[in-house]
Design a protein around this ligand. Sequence first.
Ligand code: ADP
Ligand code: MG
Length: 252
Amino acid sequence: MAKIIALANQKGGVGKTTTSINLGAALAKAGKRVLLVDADPQGNATSGVGVDKSELENDVYEVLINGVAAQDAIVGADTLDILPTTIQLSESEVQLVDLPRREFRLKDALAPLADQYDYILIDNPPSLGLLTINSFTAADAVLIPVQTEFYALEGLGQLLNTIELVRQGLNPDLEMAGILLTMYDTRTNLARQVSEQVRKYFEDRVYQTVIPRTVRLSEAPSYGQAIIDFDPKSLGARVYTEFAKEVMAQYG
Ligand code: ADP
Ligand code: MG
């Protein structure tokens, strides 16, 4: 059975997409069968793994709104598979409202794939709208990337409340996978202070692995590659490989 993990934080630019791509690729390199679902209309995960959006026949919008089978929209990228998105997904927040099973449509779509993958990672938009709710309803766990910057904790309460609400109704089994500290800048005291603060508050729910700020990680997407393929010896590649080990220790 695939472990379904939603990467979420309604704050933008915290490393959701970078972690989706690079955790996914590292899990795949370790022999896991991985599907990346791009649930953000911006489609950064889609282009980040080298998929040309203009060539796509189907996407996650067609799956969620028009009932196309997920299987028929999946594209094979380098090391993992992706259920890609295009900008038309931005219309779905409004359109989903009037559709039957509006919070369950991603869960229903992914159900037939459960035996084909070990991990399904869902990259989410920077909002807590119906797309993210669909992800939380479909997921076993939520992984929260938190940027080690000032204001890091702002908005986390709202995110945790949303998870709790989903747990009380739509998906009682939803758990918190953990908090991942990202973009850690070793040169600043602030990064250290923020990570100490996050660990003090969330204790063992914070992953041991910390993702450093490194320019290679920000360069890889423009080449349509995960860091592991783009620059296998880089710090970013090594750290995401470590993080994949931590996630496999947690979920197998
Ligand atoms: P989100 O999906 O949460 O909006 P992204 O993963 O797109 O965040 O990251 C935001 C920006 O920061 C992107 O330009 C990305 O390339 C860059 N970035 C992400 N993680 C790192 C990192 N560890 N070091 C340097 N740049 C990073
Ligand atoms: Mg993103």
